[in-house]
Design a protein around this ligand. Sequence first.
Ligand SMILES: [Cu+2]
Length: 197
Amino acid sequence: MDPVRGVDLAFWYILGISVLLLIAITVVMIYFVIRYRRSKHPEPADIRDNLNLEVVWTVLPTLIALTMFWVGWKSYIGLRDVPEDALEIEVAGQMYSWIFLYPNEKETEGELVVPLGKAVKLNIESWDVLHSFYIPSYRIKVDAVPGMPTYAWFMADKVGEYDIFCTEYCGIEHAYMLAKLKIVPEQEYLTWLETEE
Ligand SMILES: [Cu+2]
């Protein structure tokens, strides 16, 4: 599944269940507070075990939690499973910018340019301290830890400019550690790639 859709689905699924539970629990609570208030119901009933009830409130939440896990797991797999024909670009975080290194050794700072219609694999590392590479539009958020190379990928499926952030506090100028993702038509990308800057 497309990772953007996968992550969104997991988000809305968990949010939906949370909202339903909030409403259901609040309604029951208000009902009980009124129904069993002291003036109408002075003697509390002494209820011991209720096997049916206990089975229901054990099994049901377990099933709900497992479905949440399943939806989240599917979206996680989507984020980690890189298509084989992906274009690979090296990404390095450093105080305070993102550096991008292309297959032909071209290097840019603060600007990631990729061709439309391609899967892009980003090999991410840090040159100094903890950073975190974040492209909200493509639901990518990966920590860049010194000595622990990792990766992320996305499908460049729409021409445009997208925000890139560092989302791990990395020092005094962390807030300025921004970059742009530019998705351009393939021909424009190839021309750009061969241009010296
Ligand atoms: Cu940073």
